[in-house]
Design a protein around this ligand. Structure first.
Ligand code: UDP
Length: 447
């Protein structure tokens, strides 16, 4: 008989669930950890999230929600560190995690769930000490990212690839967001297919929902974007609003949207008084080296008057942005899933997205949005012009978007995760990665 799971240790070294997503290192993974932890706790599974303390003022333990604690582990300086600097603090972080558990009765945690390769390193050490299963989510993979780099973006370093190989070979279960990610884990990282489980991430359907009750029921015939959300955001009723939401970095390609908008205006100057391009989010990754880069591009393209930059925003405000937009554009070069695409659809706003990674699962091409191959702004401009010119098509996609999103609630994610957790507890434990791999990683990181 399978053992009941009472308490899960979740590890998120490089970003805290208390951070505002949409800038720096905080994005979909933070949302995932928070939403899953709250729902696990509501079902009687307590969750402790271990993260690195980035400020002296943080308490050792903070309550995120009933049944969910955030444990701040002191490892390295009290400041935000670039992800490339974190490997050298992993020993300190791991011993902090082990010390926290040592203060409890043995068997305090039933299972470890680590997120991103850095946390996986603490995970395999803790798994061995605690004798519990290790479940790992990659979120992004260096080999996949490096194959789809934007111009000028720096490749992920070899120690990340090694660290990923190490955690893949040490995990009892790997969680893949999509079937494609599952295949990549097997083909690129040599994962055992029996140890890979597909679990779609989700969306909070109570926050992200359409403004129009008709559209919510899937029967709306008219575009709904004329209501209170536009008023609250100070957008004119007759505007044509194109939205980008997310961390601003070359990988997410917000420049493609700006270039597409410039092209639309060049082809049809009469659109100018009504076109609004909204960009919600802050700099991240290599985008941090030039935080004003996108503003400069808007000025260079002569569309600074059309583009509205908004700071990273909480979910309730984001929901208004999705509802107010005609189309959300997700032109990423690589995306393991793309929560933004699902959130937008849940609000009844079709998505125009790059035909890459998880976006091919998140968006039903021709039904809830349109997928575009490649990153040529002219192709995006053509699709956006078509959606503007054909209100019937837009309305059909808007209805399809709401339907599509209904398949992605967080409760379904947690149902499936609990199945995977239970399965991991009953499988024979995977032995740790071969020492050759661990010593290669140690040599790379300390070099
Ligand atoms: N997000 C947010 N506020 C913002 C911008 C983004 O809360 O201003 C959230 C957004 O709602 C989504 C997440 O950040 O849930 C981004 O996830 P996604 O999977 O689209 O991209 P990732 O950050 O994982 O690359």
């Amino acid at each position: 008989m399978s053992r009941r799971i009472n308490r899960v240790a979740t590890v998120s070294v490089h970003t805290s669930p208390l951070d505002q997503p949409g800038t720096g290192d905080a994005g979909g993974m933070n949302v995932y950890i928070v939403e899953v932890a709250k729902r696990l706790a509501a079902r009687g599974v307590e969750v402790d999230v271990f993260t690195r303390a980035t400020s002296r003022d943080l308490p050792p333990v903070a309550e995120l929600a009933p049944g969910v604690l955030v444990r701040h582990v002191v490892a390295g300086p009290f400041e935000e560190l670039d992800k490339t600097e974190l490997p050298r603090h992993l020993c300190g972080f791991t011993s902090g995690v082990l010390r926290a558990e040592a203060s409890h009765e043995p068997g305090h945690y039933d299972l470890l769930h680590t997120h991103y390769w850095l946390s996986g390193q603490a995970g395999w050490a803790a798994k061995k000490r605690w004798g519990v299963p290790l479940v790992h989510s990659m979120h992004t993979m260096a080999k996949v990212k490096n194959a789809a780099l934007a111009d000028g973006d720096r490749p992920e370093p070899p120690e990340r690839v090694l660290g990923e190989e190490l955690v893949v070979s040490s995990s009892d279960q790997l969680i893949a967001n999509t079937a494609e990610e599952a295949r990549e884990l097997v083909e690129l990282y040599g994962a055992d297919p029996k140890r890979v489980a597909r679990v779609n991430p989700g969306v909070d359907l109570s926050v992200f929902r359409p403004e129009s009750p008709l559209l919510a029921r899937g029967t709306g015939l008219l575009p709904h974007r004329t209501g209170p959300a536009r008023r609250r955001l100070g957008l004119p009723r007759d505007a044509y609003v194109l939205l980008f939401v997310g961390r601003i970095q070359p990988l997410k390609a917000p420049d493609v949207l700006l270039r597409a908008a410039a092209r639309m205006l060049a082809d049809d100057p009469s659109l100018r008084p009504r076109l609004v391009v909204a960009v919600v989010g802050g700099p991240s990754g290599s985008g941090r080296s030039r935080p004003e880069g996108l503003q400069a591009l808007a000025a260079e393209l002569g569309i600074a008057d059309v583009v509205r930059f908004e700071p990273p925003s909480p979910q309730a405000v984001l929901a208004d942005w999705y509802r107010a937009a005609d189309v959300t554009v997700v032109p990423s070069h690589s995306e393991s899933f793309g929560l933004v695409a699902v959130e937008s659809q849940a609000c009844g706003t079709p998505v125009v997205a790059a035909r890459v990674g998880g976006l091919r699962t998140a968006v039903a091409d021709g039904e809830s949005g349109i997928l575009v191959s490649g990153h040529d702004p002219a192709d995006y401009a053509a699709v956006l012009r078509r959606l503007h010119a054909e209100p019937g098509l837009h309305a059909r996609l808007a209805r399809g978007a709401v339907r599509r999103a209904q398949g992605f609630g967080w409760d379904a994610t947690v149902d499936r995760l609990l199945e995977v957790y239970t399965g991991a507890m009953s499988l024979p434990a995977v032995r740790l990665a071969p020492p050759t791999l661990t010593s290669r990683l140690t040599a790379e990181v300390t070099a």
